[in-house]
Design a protein around this ligand. Structure first.
Ligand SMILES: *[C@@H]1O[C@H](CO)[C@@H](O)[C@H](O)[C@H]1NC(C)=O
Ligand SMILES: *[C@@H]1O[C@H](CO)[C@@H](O)[C@H](O)[C@H]1NC(C)=O
Ligand SMILES: *[C@@H]1O[C@H](CO)[C@@H](O)[C@H](O)[C@H]1NC(C)=O
Length: 457
């Protein structure tokens, strides 16, 4: 992989003849913008901004005081920084699930307390039963699981495919079981369980286990050992709660009703400090707008013609509640037109190789334009490409409607990001020098060019 990267970098200096109109128009200003962020006064700013939020307010689960205090703090910072149209939008009627002091214990063949995290929506329960250990949903049919605890030790096949096992408690195939344990959805572990959504609506207590302990149970089961487990889950739903989306912008000078959207989500699970999921995404959207605002005050080339807007969604983790309300009711529908939508929610890591992509949904003309923009970013030394994909997270509502959309997935977003995802280890420590700077550079470049270019065709 390394030699491949070097070869492509070496090619940059020789291909300038193929650059198009956008390159002529924007290479120079975009280069300055990215340089300001990665080697100039912009260095370290997004990191410090995020650290002040996640260190002082911590994890931000929907229904927590942390989350609402973090939103208040963010709003007051945005106002004092002089952004336009700073406000919040209420998102009512959200599921409010509170984690209890849950325990899952091996009773036979020996006593051992497992390191687990209950799955969002799990009801409370205190059940003891023999375990049946399987590797897939299909294997469950080989056993009579009535009155048993089903332990699923699935293989990691990328997040999208593997995460369906975290939703096992709601599947027809586990009907009759006493409880569900699922190997955490991650390719790697040093003894931490990962939480996440998946059990809302089920009557079965359910939790995620560490890879290490799940694989131990698998080995025991294959040796024919009788395994007895007690699940004592006290996590529960405590009614409904509301939260808020956070909105701010730089209003466009020429086309204020055309919106170029940068987004990320404010809420997190209740473990760790929500630094990579999705604090990094917020820091990057904020700093991209912040630097453009700063440069625009000195140099009119940076003054956006369209409105550059950022939204920090709430209740993403429970299933895109914040973005859905905003899509349906948040913007001044009819009067505003979404020109471009984007999000960073798979790790705000500096691209280190050509597996780094902008997952893109849109038409052929838009794809061509985006390719041109990405060439400007590549020319700065950032390996990145455009990949057609309908996997668009919070911005999927606009993508389905035909608004060109981009979700950032750096090379580390495919596996490495998931080592920490939804765990106690989601801390600032994961970010290295350059991660937030280069990711901000990418979003600042997109916002600057798309906010000022003529049109998509
Ligand atoms: C792009 O702009 C930068 C900054 O002005 C300049 O140094 C660089 O040579 C330009 N790239 C090309 C290929 O013209
Ligand atoms: C499955 O196990 C339950 C509980 O032990 C038992 O009552 C039931 O008859 C079994 N079903 C079949 C099809 O063997
Ligand atoms: C939707 O928008 C209308 C009109 O602005 C407002 O009165 C209403 O409270 C909004 N509803 C929600 C759920 O935000």
């Amino acid at each position: 992989m390394l030699s491949f990267t070097i070869v492509l970098f070496a090619g940059f200096s020789t291909v300038s003849a193929s650059y198009g109109e956008l390159f002529q128009q924007f290479n120079s200003s975009t280069f300055e913008l990215m340089r300001f962020l990665t080697h100039g006064p912009g260095k370290g700013v997004a990191y410090n901004w995020l650290a002040a939020l996640v260190d002082d307010f911590g994890s931000r689960q929907v229904g927590s005081e942390n989350l609402e205090k973090a939103i208040d703090f963010t709003v007051s910072r945005l106002k004092s920084e002089g952004f336009h149209n700073v406000h919040t939008q209420t998102v009512p009627n959200l599921p409010h699930w509170r984690r209890g002091d849950d325990s899952v214990t091996l009773i036979e063949p020996r006593r051992h307390r497992f390191n687990i995290l209950a799955i969002d929506g799990s009801p409370p329960g205190d059940v003891t039963g023999e375990a049946v250990v399987v590797n897939s949903f299909a294997e469950i049919a080989n056993y009579n699981i009535s009155g048993k605890i089903v332990v699923i030790v699935e293989k990691w096949s990328g997040y999208g495919i593997t995460a369906k096992y975290r939703r096992a408690a709601n599947k027809e195939v586990v009907k009759g079981a006493l409880g569900i344990l699922v190997k955490s959805v991650t390719p790697f572990s040093i003894g931490l369980p990962h939480t996440g959504s998946g059990s809302r609506g089920s009557s079965l207590p359910s939790a995620c286990m560490t890879i290490e302990e799940a694989e131990m149970l698998e080995r025991m089961f294959k040796r024919g050992r009788k395994i007895v487990i007690r699940m004592h889950i006290t996590s529960r739903d405590v009614g409904k709660v509301s939260s808020r989306n956070t909105v701010f912008e730089i209003t466009g000078s020429t086309y204020p009703s055309e919106i170029v959207l940068l987004s990320a989500h404010m809420d997190s699970w209740d473990v760790g400090q929500g630094a990579i999921d999705d604090g990094g995404g917020m820091a990057v959207a904020w700093h991209a707008l912040n630097v453009i605002k700063h440069l625009a005050e000195r140099d009119r080339r940076f003054r956006p013609k369209r409105t550059l807007r950022a939204v920090f969604w709430t209740a993403e983790e429970q299933g895109y509640f914040g973005s859905k309300i905003y899509y349906n009711n948040g913007s001044t529908k009819g009067a505003e037109k979404f020109f471009f939508v984007s999000e960073s929610d798979q790790g705000a890591f500096r691209p280190s190789n050509w597996n780094s992509v902008l997952r893109f949904q849109g038409n052929e003309f838009q794809m061509k334009k985006l390719d041109e923009i990405v060439k400007i970013i590549n020319n700065y030394g950032i390996p990145l490409s455009v990949l057609e994909s309908t996997d668009q997270g919070d911005i999927g509502f606009w993508a389905k409607e035909g608004v060109p959309s981009v979700s950032y997935e750096p090379d580390k977003g495919a596996n490495y990001y998931f080592y920490f995802h939804h765990t106690e280890a989601d801390y600032m420590t994961i970010f290295n020098d350059g991660d937030l700077e280069y990711t901000t550079a990418i979003f600042a470049a997109l916002a600057h060019i798309i906010g000022n270019m003529d049109d998509w065709n």
